[in-house]
Design a protein around this ligand. Sequence first.
Ligand code: ADP
Length: 610
Amino acid sequence: MQKVTFFKSIHVKIVLIYILLILLAMQIIGLYFAQQLEEKLIDNFEESIMDRMEIIEFSVREEIIKTRTDDDLTVEQSLRSVLNGFSSSSSDISEIRVVDSRYRILGSSAIEKQPLIGQRSADELVRESIVNVLPREQIKINEETDRRVWVTTQPIITVGGELLGILYLESKVENVYDQMDEINSILAGGTALSLLITAILGILVAQTISKPISDMRKHAQAMAKGNFSRKVRVYGDDEIGQLAKAFNHLTNRLQESQQSTESERRKLASILANMTDGVLSTDRRGRIILINDPALRLLNVSRETVMNRPITTVLGLESEYTFEDLIHMKDAITLDFGTYEKSALLRTNFSVIQKETGFVNGLIAVLHDNTEQEKIDMERREFVANVSHELRTPLTTMRSYLEALAEGAWQDEDLAPRFLNVTQTETERMIRLVNDLLKLSKMDAGDSELSREMVDFKVFFNRIIDRFEMSKSQNVTFERDMPKTPYFVEIDPDKMTQVFDNIISNALKYSPEGGKVSFKLSEEDGLLQTKISDQGMGIPKENLDKIFDRFYRVDRARSREMGGTGLGLAISKEVINIHGGTIWAESDYGKGTTIFFTLPFETDDGGEWE
Ligand code: ADP
């Protein structure tokens, strides 16, 4: 914020206004007062002079018209004493002069003017007064003193109306002006003093106004920086006090709303950061202005590279859609952001940020990782197709055999038992298939309860091999490699038997005549490892992992021919997994296959095994 310069500050302005107003008022008052006073003083001065003039005129007239004897003083002598008496009694009168009607000076109160007595008066005013027989007055400068004097002339007239002469009076009017000057200087001093007092008062008054305002300014500056802790001091209950209160109230409201905005912002940021879905937001031109971490992860991009870039480019949609299209997009679209290693299908919904006026302010895109769901859906579709296929094949076979039987083959003693045998085999295979499916679905649902028992795994394994050895119809030799010490494993014996049945029957199924099936039990990396190898046809490397998938067979026709359901290894994998183990296969294509699985074990039976 800009700093207020000294001369622009309210403080200085208020003080200046005060001073100027007082100056103006004092000037007007002073002017009026001085003028009135001057007029009054001069009037009074003139009046008092005129009054004295009357008395002097009377005395002078009396002296002139007085009848004299030779012993008496001359007119001039008696006039001198009269005039001196008047002149000395009044400090305002500088000279009183008497001039007769023939312009001859009869007397003067001024000592320096005594030589003029008897001479003709050259004074213009005296002349005019004598000629016109009228009083005259004039202000002029006394040449000797260089001061202003008020000169008045008064004709001296007898009762009979005869003009005896002129009374000439010079009064010190300058005294009045001196007095005025004195008064004016007192007035000026008073003005200066009042200006000083005004300035001091102005500063104090201005302070009461400017202090709270400057407080509020500082407060507003602090608020702009986010500091809401300060409060403006309320100095009174006047308008400024009210303003300060309103300002404090505003601060509180602003702080509250800022806090709520901040908490909303934090909430939103935490929601955006912690949600699993990706969120992108654009400005009205479709450029990315916000992107959360999950979106960065799903799109496999960095924030710097996508900020301010068009959303269509970031989502890889520029060839199919424009930003306008996305604004009007009602349905979700699926984006494929999969890489070579990992597939990623993102279901994307768009919603428009719109003002009340309908003006589009931006677009929000929500990315949901749908890869798992899509995978499950695909597996489900595949599974249903597989099951239908697996069931249709035996059913078709059975239908054709049953049709043949119905059409008369049942009477054929050779064909009928063979045909019935086939339908029986197919029915058994279907039952096996349905049973396998049930087992799997139970394990999928987590319903299959394990009835665990602690068994010596070596004994358990040997018993199963014995069973196969006794019942085997092929020319296959069995080779066993068993450890000396017992290994106790807590297993569900029925389920584990199924696992062995599946693996060993596969090994026998694919073993050539005269082949060898080896069984090995050993401790590897703290786990009990079972290894069953055959010398059969083997499995191509690329199919090795898939043999544990449901319905997967390397050679579909051959497996079916051998009565397989394609679910055996899938069930085995589930059983081993729920026992806390792992199962895998290794194979040398054309030379043989080895199936491994590990299980956690204990060397002590815990007193259970007898
Ligand atoms: P099936 O009922 O078809 O035997 P499995 O799940 O048990 O189903 O096995 C899946 C597929 O794995 C088989 O169809 C077969 O192609 C392959 N396979 C399993 N064991 C062996 C083996 N020992 N030798 C060769 N191929 C095997």
